[in-house]
Design a protein around this ligand. Structure first.
Ligand SMILES: C[S@@+](CC[C@H](N)C(=O)[O-])C[C@H]1O[C@@H](n2cnc3c(N)ncnc32)[C@H](O)[C@@H]1O
Length: 337
């Protein structure tokens, strides 16, 4: 699109500023005049503010007639096609790639304005009392799996900023939380303070945790690429990187190894990632199942998820009418003898 408005001699930094501002113009909620103003101010340091001003204003004038090339990044589409065999789901995902899904909030108790399961509400302009921000897919994975936990006491090993722990607490569980990130723990504590909740959260590296009590239920909401949040964060789709994904997989496997080692016999691990990349989902569980013969995956009873050989993906079509959902993968693992 830009080629029509600039010459081949336009310096690279100016080209990048223009691209960033075009994304803001077409995809952000910031007023267009403010975007142009800020871009012009920013580019004064490069002595090119007149050029930036002219190009952006010309594009704004022409915007009615401009066609956005809504192309999915190739690698992203390949992965999506591999996981979602249903053409209906694929079409829906292609069409909504550039549409931000509804923001949701979850109520600690049943709420009369809820649009789903008496707890999920749209987040319009304000966060309601006794509510916290969470995607509907996030709600769904916990809602569908929590009854598998072996006791009312759960160890949440990657807990901050606390969305899932708070939900589990509201469902009557005693959740022991750890996380290794200071900044995320601060956010968690702010959430707890606002909601008036008392949940224990300790700064610890899960991979260094020593077992000093019985552990029958572990929630492992593992760090991942966040590819499943692509509608909220379209940049994740263009940043798919095999070596980063392999590093993630290594950590995810180390965490599952650790969880299996400290778990009591007959104990349960709920493994969750907000990704649909095979490296971080089905391949992780395949490798774990090959390595630990005392682990089996359990079947879920959900019409909101798509079953794969060793876990489930959120079916985004099921949340279409509510405003869309991020895509999560969940696998429930049981440790046997
Ligand atoms: C996907 S986020 C968890 C989100 C959280 N469960 C929620 O629902 O709000 C992953 C978290 O894992 C934490 N983490 C990564 N490596 C860790 C480790 N070795 N030990 C403990 N926490 C870790 C990160 O700091 C991050 O907060």
């Amino acid at each position: 699109m830009l080629k029509k408005y600039i010459s081949d001699r336009t310096p690279k930094n100016i080209y990048i500023i223009l691209r960033i501002n075009l994304v803001l113009i077409f995809f952000s909620k910031k007023p267009q005049h403010a975007i142009v103003h800020d871009a012009v101010e920013f580019s004064k340091q490069f002595d090119k503010s007149k050029l930036i001003n002219a190009v952006l204003r010309n594009i704004l004038r022409d915007q009615e007639n401009l066609k956005l090339e809504k192309n999915l990044p190739d690698n992203f589409q390949k992965v999506l096609d591999k996981i979602f065999s249903s053409s209906k789901i694929r079409e829906y995902l292609y069409q909504t790639f550039f549409t931000k899904p509804t923001d949701y909030q979850i109520s600690l108790n049943n709420h009369k304005e809820a649009i789903y399961e008496k707890r999920v509400l749209p987040f319009k302009s304000k966060l309601l009392k006794n509510c916290f921000v969470q995607d509907i897919g996030n709600y769904e994975v916990i809602h569908t799996t929590h009854q598998f936990f072996q006791s009312k006491k759960i160890l949440d090993v990657c807990s901050a900023p606390g969305g899932k722990s708070i939900l589990l607490h509201s469902l009557g569980y005693e959740v022991d939380c750890i996380d290794k990130s200071n900044s995320q723990i601060i956010k968690f504590k702010q959430n707890l303070k606002r909601l008036g909740l008392n949940i224990k959260i300790k700064k610890k590296d899960f991979l260094k945790l020593t077992k000093n009590q019985n552990i029958s239920s572990i929630l492992l909401d593992a760090p991942c690429s966040a590819l499943g949040t692509f509608r909220r964060n379209p940049d994740v789709a263009s940043k798919i990187n095999q070596s980063k994904l392999k590093r993630n997989q290594k950590i995810q496997i180390q965490m599952l190894d650790k969880a299996i080692n400290i778990l009591d016999e007959n104990g349960i691990i709920v493994y969750i990632v907000c990704s649909f990349h095979p490296f971080e989902t089905i391949n992780v569980i395949d490798k774990i199942a090959q390595k630990h013969k005392n682990i089996r995956t359990l079947s879920l009873d959900s019409d909101k998820m798509i079953k794969r050989q060793n876990g489930y993906f959120i079916n985004p079509l099921k949340f279409k009418d509510l405003g869309g959902s991020d895509i999560f993968f969940v696998s429930v693992l049981k440790k046997t003898k």
